[in-house]
Write a protein that binds this ligand. Structure first.
Ligand SMILES: [Zn+2]
Length: 156
C-alpha cells in the first residue's frame, strides 16, 4: 500500500472550465463598460445576447440596463424563417423596437438548442450564434439613420 494516500491531481478540466467562465465574464464586463462609455458620451448602444442567457443577471449588465433605461427587444428566430432561438437586444435606440417579434407556434414546435447534437458532436447552440442575414439587414435598416453620409456613427 502506498504511503501518504492517493496522489492528488489538479482538476484540469475544472480549472479550464473556471478559466473559460472568468474569461467570458471579463469580456462581458469590458463590453458593458465600453457600451456605457458610448452612451455617456451621448451616443446609442445595444447589447445582444440570447434571451435566456444567464449573463443578463450579472450585476454589471443589470446596471447597464438601468443606466441606459434600456428597451428590451425580443426577436424570435422563427420570424426570420429559422428554428434556432430568441435574441434579446437591450438598447437605448428606440427604433430597434421595429425588430421585436413573438413566436406564434405552440410550445415544442421548435427543436431544443441546448445539448450536443449526436450527429456532429457540436453543441446545438453553436449554429445559432450568428445572426441570420434577414435579421442583420433589418438591424442595419433600423440603425442607418444614426450614421451620417460621411460614415461617422453614433451607435455601438
Ligand atoms: Zn416559432
Amino acid at each position: 500500500m502506498p504511503v501518504g494516500g492517493s496522489p492528488v491531481r489538479p482538476p484540469i478540466q475544472r480549472c479550464s472550465s473556471q478559466h473559460r467562465v472568468r474569461k467570458s465574464f471579463t469580456l462581458l464586463h469590458r463590453c458593458v463598460q465600453i457600451l456605457l462609455a458610448v452612451f455617456q458620451s451621448g451616443d446609442h448602444c445595444d447589447l445582444e445576447q440570447p434571451r435566456n442567457a444567464l449573463s443578463w443577471l450579472e450585476p454589471c449588465v443589470q446596471g447597464y440596463l438601468l443606466d441606459i433605461a434600456a428597451d428590451l427587444v425580443v426577436v424570435a428566430a422563427c420570424a426570420f424563417d429559422s428554428d434556432t432561438k430568441h435574441w434579446l437586444f437591450a438598447t437605448s435606440w428606440r427604433d430597434l423596437q421595429s425588430l421585436a417579434s413573438q413566436c406564434p407556434h405552440p410550445h415544442g414546435t421548435h427543436p431544443p438548442i441546448h445539448g450536443v447534437d449526436p450527429e456532429t458532436g457540436n453543441f446545438r447552440s453553436r449554429a445559432s450564434a450568428q445572426f441570420l442575414v434577414a435579421l442583420a439587414r433589418k438591424y442595419v435598416e433600423a440603425i442607418t439613420s444614426l450614421f451620417s453620409p460621411t460614415g461617422w456613427g453614433r451607435h455601438l
